[in-house]
Design a protein around this ligand. Sequence first.
Ligand code: ATP
Ligand code: LTN
Length: 336
Amino acid sequence: MCETTATVEKKKVLSCIQPSGVPTLGNYLGALKNWVGMQDEFDCTFAVADLHAITVRQEPAKLRQQIYSIYALMLALGLDPNRSTLFIQSQVPEHAQLSWILSCYTQFGELSRMTQFKDKSASHADNINVGLFAYPALMAADILLYQPDFVPVGADQKQHLEIARDIALRFNRLYGDVFTVPEPYIPRAGARVMSLQNPTKKMSKSDPNPNGYVSILDDRDTVIRKFKRAVTDSQTQVCVGEGKDGVNNLIGIYSAITGKSEEEIAREFEGKGYGDFKLAVGETVADALAPIRTRYNELIADKKQLEVYYREGALRAERVARKTLCKAMKKVGFVL
Ligand code: ATP
Ligand code: LTN
């Protein structure tokens, strides 16, 4: 009997994170942690979305620092440049090129419905720029250039992913199969981590109140202090329930890190008060983040090595991106 030597091609995954500050526990549980776990099973591409970050005003020196910092953090978390393609978006010009093309296949009306645009226009009322509005077309380009099957993101990005799918379908209908239409990959626990100070609002690294978020690089005492101060409610029982946004959020965080179910958590803290629970969540989060911080400090100290990784990552990304861009350009009718 003949043995088949054909290898099964791995499914592809792509995601990005903005260098708009130090990533929070929300970014970690909603996205980054899942990226690390996907590397064995999938052919992964991950990027620092610096072009997206300038949709709100950034201080140049600080932005540069944050780009290095997020790249180092991706490595510290366990993303492996030998197995995955890890790059900086602005170093692969195909993103901006495809973004322009796709923006001509995106309707003003559909962009006007984006909740992130509405939120950010309200919080940056003095700078409602065209880039902030067109952001989903750039995000669609980030994705479609790499033909991924899955895009792991937090729940807040679902709407942007749907528009990326719509753009891909629209383009394919006009020109044939140019783009893979990707599926969102949203984790069961941790998909929407809320602010510790206002648990009806998502935890965000650009929150002006640092007690609202836990940064991945916060030290142990800071993490525990922020959890001790977390807003809860006037009840006493540790369990999921209506009107218990703060406690629900803490249970979600604890569940995402320990893998325990809501019922198991309720049983574990039966008869104990919120104080004990908040301390336990704080300690668990601090334990999970400590090794990441240590590794990050080593990596960020060696800029030369970081540069080797991100330059190589950009070359690898560009080889794939160029192919898709050329295909799309040819279909549209450009002379190549
Ligand atoms: P900003 O707060 O500056 O607007 P952001 O953190 O919302 O930025 P990104 O840095 O691009 O945006 O997010 C990277 C990933 O983290 C995305 O997949 C996003 O869905 C996820 N994410 C962001 N905030 C949360 C949260 N609070 N809970 C779960 N996932 C989140
Ligand atoms: N829009 C995302 C960041 C982002 C992204 C992407 C996520 C930019 N390009 C491509 C997934 C795929 C955000 O604001 N969280």
